[in-house]
Each structure stands twice: as structure tokens, then as C-alpha cells.
Write a protein that binds this ligand. Structure first.
Ligand code: TYD
Ligand code: MG
Length: 462
């Protein structure tokens, strides 16, 4: 007879303890420890009769997962090209950010394209959703609506020979699996509900969207359990005070994870933003010191954003450095390089850096634009408004090449910029706009034009 022993395992890091605890001592995660029974077979697995695996060569020819587009281009791109049959997508985000609106719009757009969609709401009534849909002009017979929270009922309704193509569960935290005695929204309920729904999606071949509200600490309840279970995790982000929303893939078994989709929230629902650079630069005030335009990349797509710096005298022994939208360590490095290689002095000054529009940049390619904004802020001389900047700065003060220079330059040209400062050559096929590319390989070249008293740093005059 196999002997059963009980032990407790942290679901976040896998540490095993003999007693239950509210917090895992190994990784510090809260509420991650659950009891697991382990059956110990006296003979090992090799003595049993296993089935032989059908091994295939790695080079086997398989077709790409077929895609069905929703018709919301920003969503399709983030998904990696559209919906994949039998896949599960988790959309996380703060309450009120627009997840329900996005998925309702996507369902109607997909239905217009011939797909059948089911939208199950556990948060609102059917009347509320249909009123909203009518107000937004989203009415289509291909979208069916239900208000339900019982996973058993949902499974019974969807487990049919002719399943829909797309199913939205809004939200997974309201779903109840009735053979589990826990409140909706708890880890075990969320996990069990998702597990059942994902299994059905795989079996019946529909694309499942699970909406998940993000809790205060930025995690979808329960602790990362859902991220492992689904194929794709998208986050819908944005500031309530700003109208734009960014859809970001953080995990995708069927595509890249660095794609973003940009929307604005209007009275008529979410509008897709085909040209996000124009949006992020729209409120830019020209002829102000401390601002530079960075030609960045978000996934496969170029994105121009404004970087703002403010430098003020400090009377503290360790002056404040505050960063919004960029990496604080990276700022410290750029400041150190500016001090060491250009003898610029920031040690007695407070430095504030902001990526305008609430966007978050992760690329080191922003180094040069940050350095330019800092130098401009310190001297009070604005950077010419028709200039874009990009490049990675090395510790010895060299400016390094970054990937996709040509795409960055093309985007700048498209938006009417006249000059680019970077470590890259001009595109082989210049467009009609006529962008002048100024190649810099050393940070010192930036400072040569950073002379106080000039009307504007004409960086392209290097
Ligand atoms: P919603 O999609 O319900 O958010 P979530 O499902 O993520 O909780 O969006 C709610 C917010 O969006 C609400 O604060 C109002 C705003 N909104 C608009 O501004 N315009 C619209 O057309 C809609 C439908 C919502
Ligand atoms: Mg909602």
C-alpha cells in the first residue's frame, strides 16, 4: 500500500514545510502555502507499465496556429495576429480602466467579421450591458449575452457540438465553482473556475477571454496562479486622469510580448490609436528647456515620446532623484557618466525625470535623449523642437548603436521631424520629408552645442 503523507508547499516558490503558515519563509509570499498530499509508491515509477511516447524530430513540419482576427487591429496585434483556437487569454487591469468596454467592442467587431461570440457577465445585469452596448452603437446578432456566475451553468451552456468562436468571462473573480467551499474571488475559486473554463476552451476550440481585476499590489488574484494557466496575459493600463489606454502583452505563447496596443477612452467607447507617436507628442510645448523627443520602439512599432527633465538646486546632502516612466538606476548611471565624462555637475542638484503621457520606457536607447534633456534643463536652453534623439550611452561616454534605427528614423520623418541625433546613418531610402541625421559616437559631441546663451541647442549643427 502506498503511504500518504501530508506536507505543505508554497505555490509561489515550491518550498516545503511541515506546518501551514500565512507567509512563506523562503520567498516571503503571503497566502501561498497549501497542503499537498504526496503518495509514496514503494517501487518507483520505472517498474510500472508506462506508455511509450511517440517521439518526433524537432524539425517536424507543423502549421502555424490558425488565426481569426477580431477586427480591432490594436488587440489583434498584441495577441500576435488574432485569436487562436482553443487558447485562453487573461486580460488584467485596474477596475474601471475599460476591460469590459474593450472586450464588448472586440466581440461585436469579431461578430461583424462572421465569428460567433458569447459574453458572460458576472458583474453587471444583462440590461446594463445591453444598454451600454446600444449607447455605443454596438449591436450585432452574432453576440449573445448572459449574466451568470455559476461555472457549472456556463459549462453546460457552452459544451455543445457547435460552440461559439469567442467567449468572454467578465470577470473571473465573480465566478463560482459550487463544489468548492470558498467565497468568489479567492485563490481556490479563481483557480478552479479558470481551470474548468480553460479545459472546455481547449476541448471545444473557442478562444476564451478571462477578465481579471488587479488587486492593490498589482497582482491578479490569486498569486500568479492564472498567469501559468493561460496562454496569453495582457494588461490594460492607463491613468484614470488621461484618456489613453495601453494594452500590453506580458506573456504570449503565440506571439511576442513586447507589443502594445494604444486606445483612447471617449464618450463612444475605446477608439484605436493608429499613430500613437502623434498622441504622445500632442501636448508638447515647444521652446521649453529640459525636454527632448526620444524615438523609441515598443515591440515592432516605433513610438516617439517626450522626455522631460527638471534640475533644481538642492540643500540636502543627498539630493533627490525622482523618475517617472523610466529606470531610476539608469538615470543614476547617465548622471554619473555626464559628471565624469562631461564634467557636468549634478551632485548639488535635485533631478526629476518624467516620460510625458504616463508611458513607461524600458529601453536603454533612451539614454541619449535623457542626457540631452538633463543638459538642457541644467543650462536652461531648449532643444530645437524638430529634433529626435536616441542612443545607448556606455560608461566611458560612448554612444552606442541601438536596434531598429531605420524604423525610428522613418517614424520621426513621418511626423515631420527635421533632425535626428543618434549613432546611425541616414536611411538608405530617405523619404520626401528630408530628415537630417547627425551621427554622434561620443557623449562629448552633445555637450559641444550645449553652450548656455544660445537660443536653442541646435543639436543637428554638431
Ligand atoms: P469598463 O469597461 O466598465 O471598465 P472595467 O471593465 O475595466 O472595470 O469602463 C468603465 C470606465 O470607462 C468608466 O469609468 C467610464 C468609462 N467609459 C467611458 O468613458 N466611455 C465609454 O463609452 C464607456 C463605455 C466607459
Ligand atoms: Mg468591467
Amino acid at each position: 500500500m502506498p503511504k500518504a503523507t501530508a506536507h505543505y508547499m508554497c505555490q509561489a516558490c515550491g518550498a516545503v514545510t511541515s506546518k501551514w503558515a500565512g507567509r512563506c519563509e523562503a520567498c516571503g509570499e503571503w497566502n501561498s502555502i497549501i497542503e499537498e498530499k504526496q503518495e509514496i509508491t514503494p517501487k518507483g515509477l520505472t517498474s510500472g507499465k508506462g506508455k511509450k511516447l511517440g517521439l518526433v524530430p524537432l524539425s517536424i513540419e507543423v502549421e502555424d496556429a490558425p488565426r481569426r482576427e477580431t477586427g480591432v487591429a490594436e488587440l489583434d496585434r498584441v495577441l500576435g495576429g488574432g485569436l487562436v483556437e482553443g487558447s485562453a487569454v487573461l486580460i488584467g487591469g485596474d477596475p474601471g480602466i475599460g476591460k469590459s468596454t474593450l472586450l464588448l467592442q472586440a466581440a461585436v467587431r469579431a461578430a461583424t467579421g462572421g465569428l460567433s461570440c458569447v459574453y458572460v457577465t458576472g458583474e453587471e445585469s444583462v440590461a446594463q450591458v445591453s444598454l451600454r452596448a446600444r449607447r455605443l452603437g454596438l449591436v450585432h446578432p452574432g453576440v449573445s449575452l448572459a449574466a451568470a456566475t455559476s461555472v457549472r451553468d456556463i459549462l453546460a451552456s457552452l459544451d455543445a457540438p457547435q460552440p461559439p468562436d469567442m467567449v468572454v468571462i467578465d470577470s473571473v473573480q465573480t465566478m463560482v465553482v459550487d463544489n468548492i467551499e470558498a467565497a468568489p474571488g479567492t485563490v481556490s475559486q479563481v483557480r478552479a473556475a479558470s481551470h474548468e473554463l480553460i479545459r472546455l476552451a481547449k476541448r471545444r476550440g473557442f478562444t476564451l477571454f478571462l477578465v481579471g481585476h488587479v488587486t492593490k499590489d498589482g497582482q491578479i488574484a490569486g498569486p500568479r496562479v492564472l498567469e501559468h494557466m493561460v496562454d496569453t496575459v495582457l494588461y490594460f493600463e492607463g491613468e484614470r486622469a488621461h484618456p489613453y489606454r495601453i494594452l500590453r502583452a506580458v506573456k504570449n505563447r503565440f506571439g511576442g510580448t513586447d507589443e502594445i496596443g494604444v486606445f483612447t477612452m471617449t464618450d463612444l467607447g475605446l477608439q484605436e490609436v493608429a499613430n500613437p507617436s502623434a498622441l504622445f507628442l500632442s501636448e508638447r510645448s515647444e521652446h521649453v528647456s529640459g525636454a527632448s523627443v526620444f524615438a523609441g520602439m515598443e515591440g515592432s512599432r516605433p513610438l516617439l515620446v517626450e522626455i522631460q527633465a527638471l534640475v533644481t538646486p538642492s540643500y540636502m546632502s543627498s539630493p533627490r532623484r525622482a523618475v517617472v516612466g523610466w529606470d531610476g538606476n539608469r538615470l543614476a548611471m547617465v548622471l554619473a557618466v555626464l559628471e565624469t565624462r562631461l564634467s557636468a555637475r549634478f551632485s548639488d542638484q535635485e533631478v526629476y525625470l518624467n516620460v510625458a503621457g504616463g508611458l513607461r520606457i524600458g529601453e536603454p536607447a533612451a539614454d541619449l535623449a535623457v542626457a540631452a534633456a538633463l543638459l538642457s534643463a541644467q543650462s536652461g536652453v531648449p532643444i530645437a523642437a524638430d529634433t529626435v534623439i536616441f542612443g545607448e550611452i556606455g560608461l566611458s561616454g560612448e554612444v552606442r548603436r541601438v536596434s531598429r534605427s531605420e524604423a525610428r528614423l522613418k517614424e520621426a520623418e513621418k511626423l515631420g521631424f527635421k533632425k535626428a541625433v543618434c549613432n546611425a546613418a541616414a536611411p538608405a531610402t530617405p523619404a520626401a520629408g528630408g530628415l537630417k541625421v547627425r551621427m554622434v559616437t561620443q557623449l562629448a559631441q552633445l555637450a559641444e552645442v550645449a553652450k548656455p546663451g544660445a537660443p536653442a541647442y541646435d543639436l543637428a549643427a554638431l
